[in-house]
Design a protein around this ligand. Structure first.
Ligand code: NAP
Ligand code: SF4
Length: 674
């Protein structure tokens, strides 16, 4: 059933003897399930759900062709037939679900987090501490053979193909770029020598696996590091691997050590498509475009424009395994959109925790939370339509409970309505998803209503979930009632900040978000502006694709303050916080730590810094000083002794460190326990 709205996305594509039913590839993501007890069953359920949901071809997380190439001590290796059974479990599940799956073969090189790491040279990676052992010539030859042998084993396991990880700064890129290759033998020096490593891998692999088996080569389409490749060199690499047997060229953007964000929410959608387009223009095998493609509209537009032949969706399929099916069936408004926050996928993975998704906490926990109706439908009241209440109400209704959702405001969303206006944050998509899901599962939504404890107690509910959220904390500072002072919720809900000089009190996630909101470019961010301010070259003539960033004019002079002497921003996302802070620093935002607040008056904010008085002359002060639980209703219900099962969740339960991740996770788990 071809979709009229996305005709290119849902057109078939022949790759050798294989015909893919649509243009959606599930991009490789490490889940941290790999190597844990019971991993193959959990991975099988995870991937099979995505195959059923419409991914034409799935690429697994990276698996090393030998022990030296593992990402970490626990990292997966495929170099012996005895290791095949868990792979077969995954492959069989995907095939039973009607999908196809390729194993990603990744040699970490100098990025490996174990002591036996190897590299093209002995140069230490800026994101690692250990010096790599330089591969000798026989070891280079052996590593190439290991790649080919690993692909042969993957074929034996039943995989439909493999993906060779030739981007992101791993071993292959460490050979191709002068930045990391200072060899003087036939594997270093002129580009034709540095190119020999990937070319030999593809050539020997094709010889081992024969025709018909899919070999995807993931090429670094833009290195974003000094000493990286020019567009001409990248194109030469694309041609070379095509000639020796690659079936598809996937694209990767930026090495892991790059200081330009490549997938975080601050990167506008489809920013990097120009890099894939350069390759598509010159090769005859299919090319895949990737990074920040999170809606079927964006995917369709890129394919229809001829940017590439396939789209790679990785995080968007964590967020919604049924992305493809919903788009195909004309239900794109039901897609739970990836908002590129990285909070539960990459941030978890870097902490070596099992990845999941902020908007879909079932991701990677499919076996723990099987879908299906509740044993006994119940009448459920959820009070509060913020993140926690929405997750609870929608999950409960999906499971067949009869849900009434009360909201005191005139719209759903709670704190998400504030977060959605922060530049780059796509919570408006999350709210659209919740709105559509509430309606689809016939949740009775009662806006502008604050139900009394008596009404709830006499409402005939079997269960009452209190999700009444938080109220912003107003600190006890002299002059806090001055007209120049505003709370963050007032600012983010549209109250005008008239002054040019602003002090933000509180350096938590919201303090930084408010600083970003106050200083953001008036025109909103576009790919062209993003590239200017991060110094990305689009001409292709500069190695690595980096030029001097353009100076940014700040819309306001902003100073963020906190009382703690520790560095500010410790609670920001692991993989996005650095980019947020770097962007603010470029715009001249100042950060003061260890401040004591003395008084606010017409002159501005009077502080003590290192015990000495310091006046911060500002026109406005914005309070971002945390929240307190709004749990009065819950306490009253407890005091009354209501007969219904009573639960309190989200900020109403515990305000400190509440974020959308905890709220949605707790809301879903509460609903599953009903
Ligand atoms: P928060 O992280 O607790 O930060 C509150 C800030 O206010 C702190 O810097 C604190 O620093 C200061 N503060 C607290 N009490 C104060 C008082 N009485 N007087 C003066 N200063 C006071 O809270 P938030 O920024 O409101 O964020 C709420 C939650 O949302 C957090 O869990 C946060 O991580 C999350 N969030 C996350 C993101 C993200 O991008 N991941 C974005 C936004 C929000 P001092 O005590 O040192 O002064
Ligand atoms: Fe996307 Fe955030 Fe979910 Fe990761 S955690 S998949 S970035 S929505």
């Amino acid at each position: 059933m071809p979709s009229n709205r996305y005709p290119t996305l849902f057109s078939p594509l022949a790759v050798g003897p294989v015909t893919l039913p649509n243009r959606i590839i599930m991009g490789s993501m490490h889940t941290e399930l790999e190597g844990r007890p019971g991993a193959s069953e959990r991975l099988a359920a995870f991937y099979a759900e995505r195959a059923r949901g419409g991914a034409a071809l799935i690429v697994t997380g990276g698996c090393s062709p030998n022990a030296a190439g593992r990402m970490s001590e626990r990292g997966g290796v495929l170099d012996r037939p005895e290791q095949l059974p868990p792979h077969r479990t995954v492959v069989d599940a995907v095939h039973a679900a009607g999908g196809r799956i390729a194993l990603q073969i990744l040699h970490a090189g100098r990025y490996a987090r174990h002591k036996d790491l190897v590299g093209a040279s002995d140069l230490v990676a800026p994101i690692n501490r250990v010096k790599p052992h330089v591969l000798t010539v026989p070891e280079v030859e052996q590593t190439i053979d290991d790649f080919a042998a690993c692909a042969a084993l993957a074929k034996q396991a039943g995989y439909d193909g493999v993906e060779i990880m030739g981007s992101e700064g791993y071993l292959i890129t460490q050979f191709t770029a002068l930045r990391t290759n200072n060899r003087t033998d036939r594997w270093g020096g002129p580009y034709e020598n540095r190119l020999r490593f990937p070319v030999e891998i593809v050539r020997r692999m094709r010889d081992r696996v024969g025709p018909g088996f899919i070999i995807i080569y993931r090429i670094s389409a833009l290195d974003l590091v000094e000493g990286g490749l020019t567009a001409g060199e990248i194109i030469a690499q694309a041609h070379a691997v095509e000639q020796v047997g690659a079936s598809i060229l996937n694209t990767g953007i930026g090495w892991h050590e790059a200081r330009v964000p490549t997938i975080g929410y601050m990167v506008p959608r489809a920013t990097w498509s120009f890099a894939a387009k350069r390759i598509t223009a010159v090769v005859s095998i299919p090319v895949v475009v990737t990074n920040r493609i999170n809606t079927p509209e964006v995917a369709e537009a890129l394919l229809a424009e001829g940017v590439a032949d396939l789209v790679s969706l990785a995080r968007p399929l964590l967020a919604d395994p049924e992305f493809g099916r919903k788009a195909l069936e004309g239900r794109a408004d039901e897609i739970n959109t990836c908002i590129a926050c990285n909070q539960a996928c990459l941030d978890f993975m870097f902490r070596e925790e099992v990845a999941t998704c902020l908007v879909n906490p079932r991701a990677c926990h499919e076996t723990e939370f099987p879908p299906g109706p509740a044993a006994k439908p119940r009448r459920v009241a959820v009070v509060g339509a913020g993140a926690a209440g929405l997750a609870c109400a929608t999950t409960a209704a999906e499971r067949g409970h009869k849900v009434t959702l009360f909201e005191a405001g005139n719209e759903i969303g709670g704190q998400l309505n504030l977060a959605k206006v922060v530049p780059g944050k796509e919570f408006a998509e999350t709210l659209r998803y919740f709105r559509v899901t509430l309606s689809k599962h016939r949740v009775e939504l009662r806006l502008n209503v604050r139900p009394s404890p008596t009404e709830l107690a006499s409402g005939g509910f079997d269960a009452i979930v209190v999700a009444t959220g938080v109220t912003p904390r107003v600190p006890d500072i002299e002059g806090v009632g001055h007209p120049m002072v505003m709370r963050y919720d007032e600012v983010l809900s549209g109250k005008r900040v008239a002054g040019r000089r602003v002090a933000v009190i509180g350096a938590g996630g919201i303090g930084f978000d408010v600083a970003e909101y106050l200083g953001a470019p008036a025109q909103g961010d576009t790919p062209a502006h993003f590239m200017e301010v991060w110094g990305v070259d689009r001409t292709g003539s500069v190695g690595g694709g980096l030029v001097k960033p353009a100076l940014q004019r700040a819309a306001r002079e902003v100073t963020i303050l906190q009382r703690k002497p520790a560095p500010a921003g410790k609670t920001l996302g692991l993989t996005t916080g650095w980019a947020l802070k770097a962007g603010l620093a470029q715009r001249g935002v100042k950060i003061i730590t260890g401040a004591q607040y003395v008084r606010i008056d017409d002159q501005g904010l009077h502080t003590l810094q290192d015990g000495k008085p310091a006046l911060i002359e500002v026109d406005n002060v914005v309070l971002c000083t945390g929240q307190e639980s709004a749990r009065g209703l819950y306490d009253q219900l407890v005091a009354m002794g209501v007969p219904a099962e009573l639960t309190v969740i989200g900020g109403a339960e515990h305000a400190a460190e509440l974020d959308a991740l905890r709220a949605i996770d707790q809301g879903m788990r509460t609903a599953l326990a009903l």
